[in-house]
Design a protein around this ligand. Structure first.
Ligand code: PLP
Length: 406
């Protein structure tokens, strides 16, 4: 008898965005003439930067001739991309990262979801609340939790991000081994200071723990004092893996390119307490289950680092940040407490009511789609997330409608 992985039965019945999509579809059916403005799911809306498109086209042309055609590439990614990432994203900021510590992939979603495979099944995991749901669900699938009760999975240590702690969780008060952190944060938009991140690195070192640092939104950091990478923190090379993505940086959500950094000095332990470097494990996993990002996509990603690419990416992010500032200003003006929107594309708004009620009200009365905070975890109750990923005109229009109904 073929048996299922019963851990899948523990997963909450509906995935947040599927639930939102269902409500939006129902609204659209009931109101076919109404135009909906989507400020919900964190998908970008603007075209790829010109430098990326040009590099993409050139690489596609290379595929059309036998002499320049590329078949399977290195699973870890082409050296041209790994080298430029190491130099520009890390070494230029004083972070000592080598190209061979970088693994190119087709998304930070897969990487943050897959990384848990290289850790023991009985690993004690600390996960933020509210959270980007992938970290939690993949640990549920892997059997690291008990059942879901009262908004929480048994066996997970929840790192609560609340108004009271400024949306930066306190260090765990019981031992944990695998710690997920995400800054700038999705969904709260909060950022972490060097001092706060230093505390986490110190905690990881003292407790032989490992930090999984999701920096998918680093490109939105404006304030130079905020760390763009965990490797700006001394000692992080021993205790942290970092995830990055071109999705939000350069509009690659539909193009797919990201990378994970596993420093050679990053260690974990076997059951006898002996140290093992994680890089060979991840390399093995990656090469076994993944066959590389397509050559044209990696060429398009490389163009992000070209002089023109950098200017274009800056403009793109600048436009989204103009939206973010406007959303935050308007919602604050309407009397709502807001976090984020200054160094991140998300604005986390204390809705002062049930977050699904607030979501339904904005959808049904203003035709605006946001994301209910409760979908990101218990600590998200009462909050909504508005994203800056849309045109300035649409954001203005959405805010005008919101003003009329609130
Ligand atoms: N990490 C965070 C925190 C995200 O919000 C997202 C996407 O919304 C991802 C990772 C996924 O990125 P990618 O498009 O590279 O899979």
């Amino acid at each position: 008898m073929i048996k299922i992985n019963e851990n899948y039965l523990k997963l909450k019945a509906s995935y947040l965005f599927a639930d939102i999509a269902r409500r939006v579809t129902a609204y659209q059916h009931a109101n076919p003439e109404k135009e909906i403005i989507k400020l919900g799911i964190g998908d970008v809306t603007r075209a790829l930067p010109k430098a990326c498109i040009e590099a993409f086209h050139r690489a596609v042309d290379e595929m059309s001739s036998d002499t320049t055609f590329k078949g399977y590439g290195p699973e870890q990614g082409y050296p041209f991309l790994r080298k430029i990432i190491a130099r520009q994203d890390y070494q230029s900021r004083g972070a000592d990262i080598d190209p061979d510590e970088i693994f190119i992939s087709d998304g930070a979603k897969c990487d943050t979801g897959n990384i848990q495979e290289i850790f023991s099944a009985d690993t004690r995991v600390a996960i933020p609340d509210p959270v980007y749901p992938v970290y939690l669900d993949t640990n549920v699938m892997a059997g690291r939790t008990g059942d879901f009760n009262d908004g929480r999975y048994h066996g997970i240590y929840y790192l609560e991000s609340t108004r009271e702690n400024g949306f930066i969780p306190e260090l765990p008060n019981q031992p944990v081994e695998l710690i997920y952190l995400c800054y700038p944060n999705n969904p709260t938009g909060a950022t972490i200071s060097k001092e706060q991140l230093t505390d986490w690195v110190r905690y990881a070192k003292e407790n032989k723990a490992l930090i999984l640092y999701d920096a998918a939104y680093e490109a939105f950091i404006r304030d130079e004092s905020i760390p763009k990478t965990i490797y700006e923190i001394e000692g992080a090379r021993e205790v942290a893996i970092e995830f990055r993505s071109f999705s939000k940086t350069a509009g690659f959500t539909g193009t797919r390119c990201a990378f994970t950094v596993v420093p050679k000095t990053c260690m974990a332990y076997d059951r006898k307490g002996e140290k093992h470097p994680l890089l060979p494990l991840w390399n093995r996993r990656h090469a076994t289950k993944f066959n590389g990002v397509s050559y044209p996509v990696q060429k398009a990603a490389e163009a992000v680092y070209s002089p023109e690419g950098k200017v274009q990416v800056k403009e793109l992010i600048g436009d989204y940040m103009k939206n973010a500032r406007l959303i935050r200003k308007e919602m604050t003006g309407l009397g709502y407490e807001c976090v984020g929107g200054d160094n991140s594309p998300y604005i986390w708004i204390n809705g002062k009511q049930d977050s699904w009620d607030f979501f339904d009200m904005l959808l049904n009365k203003a035709g605006v789609v946001c994301t209910p905070g409760a979908g990101f975890g218990k600590c998200g109750k009462g909050y909504i997330r508005i994203s800056a990923f849309n045109s300035y005109e649409n954001v203005q229009k959405a805010l005008k409608r919101i003003r009329l109904v609130l």
